[in-house]
Ligand binder design. Structure first.
Ligand SMILES: [Zn+2]
Length: 117
């Protein structure tokens, strides 16, 4: 069985550094350095085939982008907290009072009695 020497080779964001033991099934594990600065120990085969292209940071970025897309689509709406709801109804009530108040203040008063609208 020929062992592929990956040392120094680059796959996606990963650069193979050295063999680093074996996994539970006896496959050679390699230590890769990732372009983000991270290190990851992985089997060579998914890296060579391009299924694994980073230490996990790439997947994290993809995941984040996915979440942002969901957020933009309005899927990620978090339910409002009770405090927020209470505050919102307070604001609404205050706005309503202001509206009524401004109406009242523009009404003309004749002899202390509000003039008919
Ligand atoms: Zn990385």
């Amino acid at each position: 069985m020929t062992r592929t020497d990956l040392a120094g080779q680059q796959f996606g964001r990963l650069t193979a550094l050295r063999r680093d033991g074996h996994d539970t099934s006896g496959k050679t594990l390699w230590l890769f350095s990732c372009s983000c600065g991270g290190l990851v120990r992985a089997r060579s085969e998914p890296v060579i085939s391009g299924r694994q292209v980073s230490c996990g940071c790439h997947r994290a970025e993809v995941g984040r982008a996915h979440m942002q897309a969901l957020h933009a689509a309005g899927v990620q709406k978090r339910p409002r907290s009770t405090e927020t709801r209470a505050y919102m109804s307070f604001v609404r009530r205050r706005r309503e009072l202001q509206r009524l108040g401004s109406q009242t203040s523009t009404r003309q008063y004749i002899d202390g009695q509000p003039a008919p609208l």
